[in-house]
Design a protein around this ligand. Structure first.
Ligand code: BMA
Length: 849
């Protein structure tokens, strides 16, 4: 081992600078979690407690530990103190000597401490300056405020002083329209003492020059640091093969390039297209046959490119993986917790397995959070989930002074270098929504930000924007992760430098965030109208389930407009919008818990409409990522999974609508109903489609079968039913269209379609019979109903997910469901016992008149 290290994670204490008493601290962590653990603050996620902890970010805090250094480490020629993350304005002292000052939570911070370290009784002390006290003067100095739409400065007692943009710190810490305001301070990633002598390897990058099934032509870039001149051999090993280079190195840091080629490589594929195979590459610096320095990375070999070719309609926007055009299916990922260090590996695993179980193949790490932990990307690599990676800038304009740009450059280099071996990362994107929000080239365009500034200020703000997103960040990506595409802002048409640049819902180039449904109260049907080349955001809110709501609200708080419920709804218009849409399409819920259930069904229906509209337009549209995958606290939001990882109705709907082979119905035409089969598979779909008109009592009124033959990776309209013909003599309020696609050797793919809005359906109380059984995979539940039971919701005693849930149960068509407990989380699924299960359907939640 060339680097000897000792983690410095023990014996930490902390206090507010002005206080006397040191209290025990946990590292990694932050002031909020430490105070909470000590019972010094109430649970910030409960009730209206968010307000009670806003004093924390106004103070300076100190963390301190003492440590000894083992002989073997102490004896090293070089000793370095390394922080993987300091949040944010921090002055670090070793034995009372100032060794570094940090100002960017996303960077790695290092200091040479050789001359300062003793064998015993070392004191490491970190002074965190309040990010608020630090940045308010910057706002005053600038002379005007910069837009920062989601910064909840008022919650923080700062009035309209939005200072989040000055700090290179997770934007969502300052609040968002789904997130509370907790402006943390602390040592949020590992800290360690590293020692080495003569030589070490700092980094290994496997650059993929050309990869196909016959050959992977790679270059291993080995970053070697030496303290004296050496003549040596550097060796790369992978998969039983070796590649070597003899070099003479002078003291300093060097990048040694070693060509590597692998015949017939096993490629890395996204979920659904093949195995996400990974190779381990090891680099060694040899002294004779002895390795004096080593470094290992795991990566997957694949070719990836964002294809933006002009075509008749505009320009394509899709990812080509190993030569295959991939339809991207997934969601936008936000941080899993307001307090990042609370997210365990198990919680990441649950999220990524949930994504894979839901038939997703992409997550977008959205720019208002943080560059995720290594474990997140490792899991995405392992489960074949592609990652659209934003840089951490969202919905704001940022300063452009030299110090700021310099900080951003370091941050970008640190993170691109850290993450570039992950095969899952397929795109680096500059920011979230800034190009379209500022809309520089359209006077009245965007979110109205420009009107607050005079012409000179506007030009300066835009020049600062361009410096970061059109110059600095693409340069870093090109230099450190060549071959991976950079996209300046999401959404964007393309960098035309004129009014055509900014995205809008009707563009036929670039990516689109379509928020007409929800923020602009457009009807769900408009999801069919605004379909672009790649839908990187669209969403609809719902509430978490009753059990989750009760973690923050008491019985007496259970009203939509109670103080507590409002504190957990961060989108001002949110509750009104949910109610307004619910009145349009669903029956009235009978009480508050029923309202929670209905809100989930409403959200799921909206997202199904959108996802399937997007997929039906394949290959014009080649991606659909809904907003949003997850939550960072228990709240009403657009998430498909709540803070506790409980799947909302949406997650089950997404699983069905993202299925690699989808039977989908377009019911937007007045006179006809169009049936589509869309396939993301690489082999063709061959089978029969059974088409039935079924009454809510189970009576089959019409039954036809059609041969299906759909080419690989394509979609087609199979047929169009004439409504007057198929509904003849039938009551649309009591009849459904049921489609079953049967293929040899695979489970049937089903779909139901109704001819009127849900609140027009004549639902009857259902008698749902549940019987247990077991088969070769384990235990299952068999559900049968005497009449149509809509949106059957199974809720279990044990935490976990069902193989299917929130589905319609048709008399005569029993459904078999399995349970996958959270404890046994992995893929392929392990079938477990759910404990007692409550089974209800929509009719149980409706106010009967
Ligand atoms: C998009 C996102 C987020 C936001 C969401 C819901 O704009 O990028 O900023 O949370 O919409 O409003």
């Amino acid at each position: 081992m060339s680097i000897i290290q000792s983690k410095l994670l023990e014996n930490w204490t902390f206090k507010a600078c002005e206080d006397q008493e040191w209290m025990p601290a946990q590292v990694p962590g932050c002031v909020h979690t430490d105070l909470l653990r000590l019972g010094k603050i109430p649970d910030p996620f409960y009730g209206t407690n968010e307000r009670e902890v806003q004093w924390i970010d106004k103070k300076d805090w100190e963390y301190r530990t003492t440590f000894e250094v083992e002989d073997s480490l102490y004896a090293q020629e070089q000793l370095e103190l390394v922080f993987d993350g300091l949040d944010t304005y921090a002055d670090v002292y070793v034995n009372d000597n100032h060794v570094l000052s940090a100002d960017n939570m996303f960077r790695v911070w290092k200091a040479d401490v050789k001359a300062l370290i003793k064998k015993k009784d070392n004191v490491l002390r970190i002074h965190f300056r309040s990010p608020i006290q630090e940045d308010v003067p910057k706002l005053e100095k600038l002379g005007y405020a910069l837009p920062a739409t989601n910064d909840q400065s008022d919650v923080g007692g700062l009035g309209d002083k939005r200072v989040s943009i000055f700090a290179r710190k997770a934007p969502y810490h300052y609040g968002w329209d789904w997130g509370p305001r907790f402006v943390t301070s602390g040592i949020w990633r590992e800290v360690r003492l590293e020692g080495w002598t003569n030589v070490k390897i700092n980094d290994l990058f496997i650059r993929q020059n050309e990869v196909n099934t016959d050959l992977a032509e790679l270059t291993a870039l080995v970053e070697v640091e030496t303290s004296q001149p050496i003549d040596t051999v550097i060796r790369i090993g992978a998969d039983g093969q070796r590649w070597e280079k003899t070099v003479s190195l002078m003291p300093g840091s060097h990048t040694v390039e070693i060509p590597v080629s692998i015949q017939n490589p096993k490629l890395w594929w996204s979920r659904g297209l093949g195995e996400p195979h990974r190779y381990t590459f090891a680099a060694e610096v040899l002294q004779g046959e002895r390795a004096v320095a080593e470094y290992e990375v795991r990566t997957g070999l694949r070719s990836i490119r964002l294809v933006r070719d002009q075509d008749e309609a505009g320009a394509s926007f899709y990812f080509e993986l190993n030569g295959v055009a991939v339809f991207a299916k997934g969601a936008n990922h936000i941080p899993n917790d307001s307090f990042i260090t609370e997210v365990t590996r198990e919680r990441y695993l649950h999220e990524i397995v949930s994504a894979a179980q839901s038939n997703m193949n992409m997550l977008r790490v959205w720019g208002g959070g943080f560059y995720e932990e290594d474990v997140f990307y490792d899991l995405c690599d392992e489960y074949g989930i592609m990652v659209w990676q934003d840089f951490m800038f969202a919905c704001s304009m940022y300063p452009g002074d030299e110090a700021f740009l310099n900080s951003v450059r370091h941050e970008a280099i640190d993170n691109v270098k850290r993450l570039r071996n992950h095969p899952s990362i397929v795109l680096w994107c500059g920011n979230n929504e800034i190009d379209s929000a500022w809309a520089h080239y359209i006077e009245d365009g965007g979110w109205g930000w420009k009107k607050d500034y005079n012409a000179e200020q506007r030009e300066r703000i835009w020049a600062d924007y361009e410096a970061i997103f059109h110059d600095l960040l693409p340069e870093v990506v090109e230099a450190y992760a060549p071959g991976i595409d950079y996209w300046p802002s999401s959404p964007l048409v393309s960098l035309t430098g004129d009014e055509k640049q900014h995205a809008h819902p009707s563009t036929s180039e670039g990516d689109i965030h379509y928020w007409g449904v929800w923020h602009n109260v457009e009807p769900f049907e408009n999801y069919n109208v605004y379909v672009g080349r790649f839908m990187s955001e669209y969403g609809f809110q719902s509430f978490p389930e009753y059990k989750t709501v009760r973690t923050y609200a008491e019985e007496e708080d259970l009203a939509l407009e109670s103080e507590v419920m409002l504190a957990h709804q961060k989108n001002g218009a949110g509750n009104r919008l949910i109610k307004q849409y619910m009145d349009m399409v669903l029956h009235e819920p009978k009480d508050f818990p029923s309202f929670l259930y209905m809100s989930q069904v409403l959200q799921a229906e909206a997202m199904k409409t959108a996802i399937e509209a997007h997929r039906r337009r394949k290959p014009y549209c080649m991606g659909t990522l809904y907003w949003q995958m997850n939550d960072c606290w228990p709240v009403a939001s657009w998430a498909g999974m709540d803070y506790l990882g409980r799947w909302k109705a949406l997650q089950y709907y997404a699983k069905r609508s993202f299925n690699d082979v989808l039977v989908s119905v377009d019911g937007t035409q007045k006179d006809s109903t169009d049936i589509y089969v869309i396939s993301d598979q690489l082999n063709k779909v061959q089978g029969q489609l059974q088409i039935r008109m079924i009454g809510f009592d189970g009576m089959v009124h019409r039954n036809e079968t059609l041969d299906v033959n759909v080419a690989p990776n394509s979609g087609e309209k199979l047929l169009s039913l004439r409504n007057s013909d198929w509904l003849e003599g039938l009551d649309p309020a009591k009849t459904l269209l049921r489609l079953d696609l049967r293929q040899a050797g695979v489970p049937d793919i089903v779909q139901e379609h109704y001819f009127v809005a849900t609140n027009q359906l004549a639902l009857q109380p259902a008698n749902i019979k549940v019987s247990g059984g077991s088969d070769e995979d384990g235990v299952h539940l068999l559900l049968e109903s005497n009449v149509l039971a809509k949106q059957v919701w199974l809720s279990s005693e044990a935490e976990g997910v069902f193989s299917d849930n929130f589905f319609d149960l048709i008399p005569g068509l029993p459904v078999k469901v399995k349970f996958i407990s959270r404890e046994a989380l992995q893929l392929p699924d392990v079938i477990s016992n759910p404990g007692s299960v409550e089974v209800r359907s929509m009719v149980d939640f409706i106010r009967m008149v």
